[in-house]
Ligand binder design. Structure first.
Ligand code: ATP
Length: 514
């Protein structure tokens, strides 16, 4: 646990030091769970968004984009169920006065049991060496089987009591498991209560006529209310999808995990409209497809897993999370939900407008079913950033800090250095920058010794460093150094652009999904 916390602290401080993420309004001591993206962060975020958008909209001829407003008519949120049901179960510790999500306390307890299982597996793998069969060990080792059963039973009970709105049983479960306040160790808990997560605001000039509004807690509803407009104007035939990226707001009860859980965040969602009865196959399709998108970035297959929901949201008939191994353990990165016709039917009911599709093959009207994929852009940012940050021991015994962000997403693709600040080298280096900047984000750096400049760019996540030296003036060649391997090559200046292109080209990364 201590190592995990330490690693996570390093991620947060690196993000600040290298201009990725700052606490919002820091000079006023910050605003809890609200963050700003700095010069490098904004580029990484933009590149992740583009990687998603290209895979979703550009590469699928049956998916189109949308950019709906954050403000929506307040009835939207009555229809969607958010006014009545978009809440989290909260619990307070009477001694420490700290507030928690009751379900998260129980989930963290389950995670501790899972960590014990992993520890047993690691120990056994060491003991049995080559002969170790993990599957068999998990199925037969008495202690591990007990742990698994225990975790599954707790998860089932939590799912059941949340599903039945039985908050008294959630409290009972916390007491039975002897869960204590992580801050104070106290087990003196209040009852569990529901807390609505939507932020309210007002639209209008005078207090009497102002209309109560909500800041949207998800982008999805902007898509649902536009379903027919988009379908008609694009002449899309079912199955088809609408994709959108944009801000969402939630008054989260506990938000102590940096950009993992924010009160203002960005989502990338796609709602796929289908014929009723085909939801199972599309749900499986999108689960598989989305996992492939993640794997294309090469962050390691072992860092992802699916988690099927026990407790289904009010709108879903099936739901799974793609979980990622964050510095604090496996947690939800993306949700895939089979939402049935819940949303469109509700909007139809509340608006009195038909939200149906005429299926020419079936020769009838119906309210389409929806399978959605929903990922937090900030969580994806954290997944990439935390996974990329490495401390490496070098052959000469020194260490380097390197941010191995997939080259396609790196904020700056190359840094160009003159070896020395004279003899015409800066001029040639700047010429190279002027040429490359039409294709990539590149920077010029002439400060300090070249070794230090390499280290700076490693920590910044820049995949290439290009050094101009005296030989460059004679034969128009430079050295190009690769961030991950630290390998250096002498290449013609005229080839530099192609070399960078080969590694950062989105097409070749996305083709890994096929
Ligand atoms: P959690 O269980 O972690 O609260 P959720 O199940 O409420 O998440 P969804 O409503 O399914 O999340 O939202 C879809 C995605 O939006 C999530 O998978 C996550 O990546 C992102 N997301 C949700 N809430 C936040 C938040 N407060 N901060 C950052 N990202 C978020």
């Amino acid at each position: 646990m201590a190592k995990q916390e330490d690693d996570f602290k390093k991620v947060i401080s690196h993000a600040k030091e290298y201009g990725y993420v700052f606490q919002s309004s820091e000079i006023y001591d910050g605003l809890s769970a609200v963050y700003d993206y700095a010069q490098n962060g904004v580029e990484l975020k933009k590149n992740i968004r583009e990687y998603w958008w290209t895979a979703m909209v550009q590469l699928n001829d049956n998916i189109v984009g949308l950019d709906a407003a954050i403000f929506m008519h307040p009835t939207t949120w009555k229809a969607s169920g958010h006014v009545d049901a978009f809440s989290d179960p909260l619990i307070d510790n009477k001694d420490s006065k700290k507030r928690y999500r009751a379900d998260v306390l129980v989930e963290d307890h389950i995670a501790k049991i899972e960590a014990k299982i992993e520890k047993e597996v690691t120990k056994a793998a060491k003991r049995f060496g080559e002969a170790f069969d993990k599957e068999q060990f998990l199925a037969t080792n008495r202690r591990v089987v007990d742990y698994q059963e225990k975790a599954a039973n707790i998860s089932k009970r939590l799912g059941k009591s949340l599903g039945n709105e039985d908050l008294a049983d959630v409290k009972k479960l916390i007491e039975e498991l002897e869960i204590s306040c992580p801050m104070s160790g106290s087990k003196n808990w209040t009852d569990v209560k529901q807390f609505n997560l939507m932020f309210g605001t007002k639209l209008g000039a005078s207090a009497e006529t102002a209309m109560d509004l909500y800041l949207r807690p998800e982008t999805a509803q902007g898509i649902f209310v536009n379903f027919l407009n988009v379908q008609k104007s694009s002449r899309m035939k079912i199955p088809f999808g609408i994709a959108q990226t944009g801000k969402a707001f939630r008054n989260e009860i506990v938000a102590r995990q940096f950009i993992f859980r924010m009160r203002e965040f960005e989502q990338m969602e796609m709602q796929f409209f289908i014929k009723p009865g085909t939801q199972k196959e599309w749900y499986e399709h999108w689960k598989e497809h989305r996992l492939k998108w993640h794997l294309s970035l090469g962050l390691g297959e072992e860092n992802y897993r699916f988690h099927d929901h026990e407790k289904l949201a009010h709108y879903a008939d099936a739901a799974a999370d793609i979980e990622f191994r964050f510095p604090f353990g496996f947690k939800e990165l993306e949700g895939i939900h089979s939402r049935t016709d819940f949303d469109l039917s509700k909007h139809q009911e509340y608006s009195g407008k038909k939200l149906q599709y005429f299926d020419t093959e079936e020769n009838k009207n119906y309210v389409p079913y929806v399978v959605e994929t929903s990922i937090g852009l900030d969580r994806m940012f954290l997944a990439i950033f935390s996974n990329s940050l490495k401390e490496e021991e070098l052959e000469n015994g020194s260490t380097r800090t390197v941010l191995k962000i997939p080259a396609v997403l790196a904020p700056t693709k190359a840094a160009v250095f003159p070896l020395v600040k004279k003899d015409g080298l800066p001029e040639l280096a700047k010429e190279i920058v002027d040429d490359l900047k039409w294709d990539f984000n590149v920077i010029y750096d002439q400060k300090d010794a070249v070794g230090r400049r390499y280290r700076r760019q490693d920590a910044n996540g820049t995949p290439f460093c290009i050094t101009v030296d005296h030989q460059s003036l004679e034969d128009q060649t430079v050295t190009i150094r690769h961030r991950d391997t630290m390998e250096q090559q002498r290449v013609a200046i005229s080839d530099v652009k192609d070399i960078i292109h080969q590694e950062v080209d989105m097409k070749s990364w996305l083709k890994k999904m096929l």
